[in-house]
Design a protein around this ligand. Structure first.
Ligand code: SF4
Length: 331
């Protein structure tokens, strides 16, 4: 998949690095001193790079665990996110990473032991519930066969009943999870959209049916499943499309319990939206029906409220048990 891999000198001999490089024997390996020299360089074209991203293997030196942005949290008292990766295999047209990062290169931070030390110290610092989100700057599972993220991080949570880890994903890369003991404090949170939206705006992602099949396998194996409907997109024939979509999900998943549902309508921080419009100037999704609302580019406030409340009511009619959380801001 990668024809060029940049490797920070400081991680060149780490086992995780060696394992990744062994998978790509034909790739050109290029040494670099710090990933930021490549990743944060000016005048890069995210759209062009996305077609054939390079891989950068690096060390995350500091600020490994960060407070979650805006209303990303669900119900834990303390909420943080961390990123063992930057960027994503998939190419969702609405993805805010395109507006946030200068480069589409995939960065994998392989100093897992530093992340684990920081996670443990945060967890042991409190007796309150504490949740960590791993899918903010990337998809948590899409590159799991390469990063081995789940096998490295999930066992850390086993002794701590008050600590939770959310894996947020559109991926069907669940092989590692299926070989592991399911833990009650791990939340496998699947981002789902109607088929019409997957086909139009979620390039390279698994189909809705494939994601539902992955969810069923994980549930059968005993893992917690959560559903993430974010972004809700105001497509033509919205109410018919989303009604059929929600019914399809509940028909596929049956009545067994779901950990949580989150709902958020399409929205972007103003600066990210500006950057994304530069990449896709003719993309109707980034133009039609949007305005500056509460500091973000979003649907007009009344429309947004109407869409979210309709989705919430429709879901509650199908499932009166699972808690539904509304999420508003991206960063
Ligand atoms: S799956 Fe998530 S992180 Fe990946 S491109 Fe889509 S929105 Fe972005």
């Amino acid at each position: 998949m990668y024809s060029i891999i940049y490797v920070e000198e400081s991680v060149r001999d780490m086992p995780q690095t060696i394992e990744i490089l062994n998978r790509y024997q034909n790739a050109a390996i290029v040494d670099c001193s710090h990933y930021g020299e490549l990743f944060n360089r000016r005048k890069q074209n995210f759209r062009t790079q996305k077609k054939e991203p390079t891989l950068i293997i690096a060390r995350k030196e500091n600020k490994r665990i960060l407070p979650i942005p805006g209303e990303y949290a669900i119900d834990a008292k303390h909420n943080f996110y961390f990123s063992h990766m930057l960027n994503c295999l998939y190419d969702c047209r609405y993805c805010f990473l395109q507006g946030m990062f200068r480069s589409a290169s995939h960065v994998i931070f392989v100093n897992y032991s530093d992340f684990k030390t920081d996670l443990t110290s945060h967890i042991e610092n409190t007796e309150d519930s504490i949740c960590f989100y791993s899918g903010y700057d990337c998809d948590s599972l899409a590159l799991d066969p390469i990063t081995d993220f789940t096998r490295n991080f999930i066992p850390l949570f086993k002794p701590y009943q008050h600590a939770f880890l959310e894996l947020r994903t559109k991926s069907t890369q669940i092989r590692n999870l299926l070989t592991m003991e399911p833990l009650p404090n791990i939340i496998c949170a699947f981002s789902l959209s109607p088929n019409e939206i997957v086909g139009k705006y979620e390039a390279k992602t698994p189909s809705l049916n494939a994601r539902l099949a992955a969810i069923s396998s994980l549930r059968d194996a005993g893992w917690n499943i959560a559903l993430r409907f974010d972004p809700i997109i105001f497509v033509d024939d919205f109410y018919t499309v989303y009604k059929q979509f929600f019914h399809q999900i509940y028909a596929a998943l049956g009545s067994r319990s779901i950990h949580s549902i989150t709902l958020g309508s399409f929205r972007l921080p103003k600066i990210f939206h500006k950057n994304m419009k530069r990449l896709y100037p003719d993309e109707p999704l980034l133009i039609n029906g949007l305005s500056l609302t509460n500091g973000q580019i979003a649907y007009e406030e009344n429309l947004e409220k109407k869409l979210i409340s309709w989705c919430e009511n429709t879901l509650k009619n199908l499932d009166s048990v699972t808690p539904v959380y509304i999420q508003r801001s991206t960063v």
